[in-house]
Design a binder for this molecule. Structure first.
Ligand code: NDP
Ligand code: 8X3
Length: 253
């Protein structure tokens, strides 16, 4: 993956940050997105020092105009994106479908579905033209089946599966590849955001079980991206050893 151009949305934390570190270590040049500009800059400093080129592209994936402006600002080699990692995503709350906050759910749907779709719509035409590219969507075990309080989030990740499968169908007569990585429990800032900033409650959630971290998932993403050109890893479900389904896991007390 030396000198390949890898565009990662949501690179400022967790799985996206893990991917940035892994692809940089393997010699890829990076376009890093997120809203936290300070974190993007510090990551750029850190990874550039390893000898790869890093471009930061801060925008909110829900803001289509900002996204378009940012993508249109790419020049020279940065236009030739080899791998798009659609990773930016979140959930807010763990509420019942008939009780939750519609404004919060708008944020979740607009980020996880519409943001991912808009990125795909903006980046993939260039890949088709160049006859080269790989779209890696970060789905979730949550897209497999709904669980209590997860209704809307699970629906967004089921949508990521449908969008990944649909794109794979639409690209079947091209050399492009589409992968949906579906992690189970990963300890990142995700659960803090889910619990609306309650870090103590998030830490409690991970007690008694050795869960994945962003670097574990990044290894899987890299494996898919670096497979030979004729090998398309369509989906990967990856979870901690003591997790069996979206709702069944074993935690030592
Ligand atoms: P984190 O909260 O650690 O990271 C989320 C990333 O998404 C951050 O970099 C954040 O950056 C970015 N982001 C959120 N909203 C936006 C936005 N509107 N525009 C641009 N960037 C945005 O969580 P994870 O690393 O765990 O989550 C990454 C992906 O993995 C998500 O799609 C999540 O659904 C999925 N996932 C997570 C699992 C887990 O258990 N943690 C399991 C399965 C899937 P910033 O705040 O700078 O914008
Ligand atoms: C995050 C995994 O099961 O916590 O996508 O919703 S889960």
């Amino acid at each position: 993956m030396k000198n390949k151009i890898v565009f990662i949305t949501g690179a400022t934390s967790g799985i996206g940050e893990g991917c940035a570190r892994k692809f940089a270590a393997m010699g890829s040049d990076l376009i890093l997105n997120g809203r936290n500009t300070e974190k993007l800059e510090s990551l750029k400093q850190e990874l550039s020092a390893q000898g790869v080129d890093v471009l930061t592209l801060p925008f909110d994936v829900r803001d289509r105009n900002a996204m378009r402006k940012a993508v249109e600002s790419l020049s020279g080699k940065w236009k030739n994106i080899d791998v798009l990692i659609n990773n930016a995503g979140l959930v807010i709350g763990l509420d019942k479908e008939f009780e939750g906050n519609l404004d919060e759910w708008d944020i979740v749907i607009d980020t996880n579905i519409k943001g991912l779709l808009a990125m795909t719509r903006m980046i993939v035409p260039g890949m088709v033209e160049r006859k080269c590219g790989h779209i890696i969507n970060i789905g979730s075990i949550a897209g497999e089946a709904a669980y209590p309080g997860g209704s809307v989030y699970c629906a967004t990740k089921a949508a990521v599966k449908a969008l990944s499968d649909g794109l794979r169908i639409d690209l079947v007569d091209t050399p492009l590849r589409v992968t949906n990585i579906k992690p189970g429990m990963v300890e990142t800032n995700f659960t803090v955001v889910r619990y609306r900033g309650d870090k103590k409650r998030a830490d409690e959630f991970y007690k008694g079980i050795h869960v994945l971290n962003g670097d574990d998932v990044a290894e899987v993403v890299y494996f898919a991206a670096s497979a030979p050109a004729h090998v398309q890893i369509a989906e990967v479900l990856v979870m901690p050893t003591n997790q069996a389904t979206g709702t069944i896991s074993y935690k030592k007390s």
